[in-house]
Design a protein around this ligand. Structure first.
Ligand SMILES: *Cc1c(COP(=O)(O)O)cnc(C)c1O
Length: 353
């Protein structure tokens, strides 16, 4: 039996957003980032839909192997690279492109005498997460060049604040990355979704869009619609009950929402067990019967309650959009004190896709 809560994936919108990246970065090759099950949209299906991508990127070797086993032939970047000799062997066998971000990986490459692979040399220009620290760059770059199993090496880094173009750290990251690109003179990759838009002159040889492909805005203060992006995921459920509460009645756990008048309240079959955020506050928009209304009271595990005062003629079984075409995932994220990324990823963890 079909579950009432469901995530519908609009693959045409995924292609639309990919083409939007092409417009924004016409001179770069595009690595479509499909880690975390394509941000909750289904990794294999997303990869098959984005046939035109020049490459894909995932977080770990296991995801990359799943892509190869599904017949995906493009270059596959592995952001976390390999941690063990066994994983290095897998990277070679499946012709993956791992990220080299620490000395330990270079030791494994030095000990390896068979096979070939291309890699990314990732420098920490200011993100402070994965990446070779500036003090070690020269030494490790030299050692990497001497590894007999290495084909191409690209230079990569990652912005910490591309969503906020005015942030000071951006300038430092850009200056340092430019300096390294001039010194090493290899192909480069620096830009995630936000940077593709904020810093067009940093697009380099390969751009790495993730969130924008799924139609969520990568920039603070700009909506996805303003950026020409279309929502890919439509999260829906249905009204399962309509209650008529009296003035002064309270709704849900904690009894925090108090009815200001006699009013109709809809119960919708979706909750945090389905990936809808528990922290979505009263006032978070939902859409049904061609109108927006809002959630009232706390989100439960399998249910939410919504204000039906603005609507006439609601019946049990009416579909409700939690996010998608009429309510952006970014609005819901803001109401829940988080980001669209988290909400989208949460849905595949709940197996709605
Ligand atoms: C996730 C990730 C991306 C994609 O970022 P978006 O903000 O989703 O565009 C790019 N590069 C790296 C290294 C990442 O981890």
């Amino acid at each position: 039996m079909r579950r009432t809560a469901r995530a519908i994936i609009h693959y045409d919108a995924l292609v639309h957003n990919f083409n939007r990246v092409r417009q924004l970065a016409p001179d770069s090759r595009i690595i479509a980032v499909i880690k975390a099950d394509a941000y909750g949209h289904g990794m294999i299906q997303a990869a098959k839909t984005l046939q035109q991508a020049d490459g894909f990127a995932v977080a770990c070797i296991k995801e990359a192997i799943a892509l190869r086993e599904a017949g995906i032939q493009q270059p596959v970047t592995v952001f976390q690279g390999f941690q063990t000799a066994e994983q290095l062997q897998q990277a070679i066998k499946f012709q993956l492109r791992p990220v080299i971000h620490q000395a330990h990986q270079i030791e494994l490459l030095e000990q390896n005498s068979e096979g070939h692979l291309s890699v990314w040399f990732k420098v920490d220009t200011g993100m402070g997460r994965l990446g070779i620290r500036p003090d070690d760059v020269n030494d490790l770059w030299q050692r990497l060049q001497q590894c007999s199993c290495i084909d191409d090496v690209g230079l990569m880094s990652h912005f910490a604040n591309a969503d906020d173009p005015e942030h000071d750290v951006n300038r430092r990251q850009i200056d340092y990355f430019r300096q390294l690109s001039r010194r090493f003179n290899v192909e480069t990759s620096m830009s995630n979704s936000a940077a593709i838009i904020s810093f067009p002159d940093m697009q380099g040889d390969w751009v790495r869009p993730g969130i924008m492909l799924y139609g969520s805005s990568p920039l603070l203060g700009k909506t996805a619609e303003e950026l020409g992006l279309k929502p890919v995921m439509q999260l829906e459920s249905e009204i399962i009950a309509i209650n008529y509460l009296k003035k002064g009645d309270t709704i849900g756990y904690g009894s925090q929402w108090v009815c200001p008048e006699d009013m109709p309240v809809g119960v919708v079959a979706i909750g945090y067990g389905d990936g809808y955020p528990r922290h979505a506050a009263s006032g978070t928009p939902v859409y049904l019967n061609q109108q927006r209304t809002q959630i009232i009271g706390r989100v439960s595990m399998d249910m939410i309650t919504i204000d039906l005062r603005p609507l006439d003629q609601v019946t049990v079984g009416d579909p409700v959009e939690l996010w998608g075409e009429h309510v952006s995932v970014d609005e819901v994220a803001t109401s829940a004190g988080t980001i669209g990324y988290e909400l989208l990823c949460q849905v595949s963890a709940c197996r709605l896709v």
